[in-house]
Write a new protein. Structure first.
Length: 580
């Protein structure tokens, strides 16, 4: 098994040549101190931690898994020490608010670091990204007192964070949740059960800060009656340190297909002390701040697994010798040649490469839009960027993770029989990435969110903004070697504009659900095509083989758009008429 190598060259290419993010940061006061040199240093040092500290524990962590006994959870051997190294380096608070001890690094940069974390050890990464997401929600919506109390130790990695939404009877439909909160002076008492809580119990940190959705007495029914609470595992003493155990216990952990070094807990809240975040009955809105952060992050998990799989299968293809090359020019004097010379193996490797590198580019683009939405001085720029983040987040979560599974399966296939046995690690990658299509809202839910809330509800406004950005780039490609590919991208946008208008005029109640996944796939393929054109034209593209890979993408993967467009012509009867 080859060692994991952080994709630093590609990261620098995206930051500097494709998107020129240092220039954008320089124009935003809160980010102006982050230049290209500092960004490179952050990625290099972060990559070392991921490759040298986390990655060596990936397989052993999967073999051992987390262990539960009498309500306590122990993580695999080496995880505590690896977390300590990570926390001491300040990596948990990399993108956190500088007002409370975070480092304020832009999202356009931290997405690249998150990918390295997931590629090196997804189980370890989940403890970190859940904490970062909880910090974001607190920083955005909590009182100054709660932020001062909880954010600094969470950014330091001494305390971790969780997101407690799902209940045994309530998954996607959070309006059905039953966990209740009763007033108790300046705090509340929470009672209920939450399931599937990532990092809900662990031995890595001194304290765990649970963000819990619950109902107040006499709260409105449904999602409008949900409030958000901070519920620490340990209550704090007068000095602000963990003291008495709170009324929250881990009833069990799940026995899972993958990410076995990450504890997925059932948490029982029994008269647990909690503190209200923000205003009553606004909890679901507040929690979406964290959920949307996690949805992008889980999408990046798909890229990380895919890149790890590509690195392994590419190294194996250069080393594994089987059969002579069909092309005599590629033959060696040995009895057989490395399998990388065989066209079908190259098909699998190039497919992985095309998915990984375009996905990484889209992640950086979405990250840069988040930075604009938060820090840009121009209100119109912020508003437009917020729309692009809203539109592209479900695409990133679903399309990245679907292609992540596809890529890990292809990587496993390159290994042949060796990919099916445990020692090479390829089957673990398939198992680990599979959950990414499910949690933080299944990919079908993401597609429904895309078509319903992000396209039809605003009559395609955010989609038109995306198309305007793409068309601006296409104008520079008209007279180049990629003119035909640019024309194909333009044609697809035109067809999608026409299709959206037809949907807006339709009275079929099942049409959006019928076409949601097709639209999500099409926007994913479209944005990947757009970004392949950008990458192929950027300075330094030839050194990283971008033009040749872009040609492969358009010749081999882009034709999927034709089949998807044929599906868009179907009405809902094709799904709703057959008996099931």
């Amino acid at each position: 098994m080859a060692d994991y190598q952080p994709p630093l060259a590609d990261a620098h290419f995206l930051l500097n040549s494709v998107f020129d993010l240092p220039a954008q940061w320089a124009a935003m006061d809160d980010l102006s101190e982050i230049n290209a040199e500092l960004a490179a240093a952050i990625l290099e040092e972060g990559g070392k931690v991921c490759a040298q500290v986390w990655a060596p524990l990936n397989r052993s962590g999967d073999e051992a898994g987390c262990q539960w006994q009498d309500g306590a959870v122990s993580t695999p051997e080496g995880f505590r020490e690896a977390w300590q190294t990570f926390a001491e380096g300040g990596w948990v608070g990399l993108g956190g608010s500088v007002d409370y001890g975070g480092q304020g690094v832009p999202k356009g940069l931290t997405v690249l670091f998150e990918e390295m974390q997931y590629a090196a050890n997804a189980s370890m990464a989940l403890y970190s990204v859940l904490t970062a997401g909880a910090c974001l929600a607190l920083n955005s919506h909590a009182s100054d007192d709660l932020k001062t109390t909880y954010l600094p130790p969470m950014y330091e990695g001494r305390w971790a964070g969780t997101m407690c939404l799902t209940e045994p009877h309530a998954g996607t439909d959070l309006g059905m949740l039953r966990t209740r909160a009763e007033p108790a002076g300046d705090s509340w008492r929470l009672t209920g059960t939450k399931i599937f809580i990532t990092g809900g119990e662990q031995d890595l940190t001194e304290n765990i800060i649970h963000l819990v959705l619950a109902r107040l007495p006499a709260a409105p029914d449904g999602p409008k009656g949900i409030s958000l609470f901070v519920v620490p595992k340990f209550l704090l003493d007068n000095a602000g340190n963990p003291g008495q155990r709170n009324g929250v216990q881990c009833g069990s952990i799940e026995h899972k297909m993958g990410i076995r070094g990450s504890s997925t807990a059932v948490l029982n809240f029994d008269d647990a002390v909690g503190y209200l975040v923000g205003e009553p009955n606004e909890g679901l809105k507040y929690m979406f701040t964290m959920m949307n952060y996690e949805r992008l992050s889980i999408g990046i998990q798909g890229i990380g697994h895919a890149d790890w799989s590509l690195q392994q299968s590419l190294a194996y293809a250069h080393e594994r010798v089987q059969s002579k090359a069909a092309d005599r020019k590629l033959r060696t004097e040995e009895r057989a040649d490395p399998i990388v010379v065989h066209p079908d193996v190259r098909r699998m490797l190039l497919t992985q490469k095309a998915w990984v590198e375009a996905g990484r580019a889209l992640a950086v683009h979405v990250g840069s839009q988040l930075d604009r939405a938060k820090f840009h001085a121009d209100a119109d720029v912020r508003r437009r960027a917020q729309g692009q983040v809203a539109l592209l987040t479900p695409v990133a979560k679903a399309f990245f993770t679907d292609r992540g599974l596809d890529s890990t399966v292809l990587g496993q296939q390159v290994f042949g029989g060796h990919g099916y046995v445990r020692e090479w690690g390829m089957e673990q990658a398939v198992r680990d990435v599979r959950i990414a299509q499910i949690y933080e809202g299944t990919n079908g839910i993401q597609a429904m969110d895309l078509i319903g809330r992000k396209v039809l509800l605003n009559r395609g406004e955010w989609l038109q903004d995306l198309f305007a950005d793409i068309r601006e780039d296409l104008a520079a490609v008209v007279n180049t070697d990629f003119a035909d590919e640019a024309a194909a991208v333009e044609q697809l946008m035109t067809e999608l504009e026409q299709q959206v208008q037809q949907w807006l005029d339709s009275e079929d109640p099942n049409l959006a659900g019928t076409q949601a996944y097709n639209l999500m796939e099409l926007i994913g393929l479209l944005t990947y095509g757009w970004l392949w054109l950008r990458m192929a034209a950027a300075e330094g593209a030839d050194e990283l083989d971008k033009p040749a890979t872009a040609r492969f993408y358009f010749a081999w993967l882009w034709p999927q758009t034709a089949a998807l467009m044929q599906r868009l012509a179907c009405d809902s009867t094709v799904l709703m008429t057959p008996r099931l």
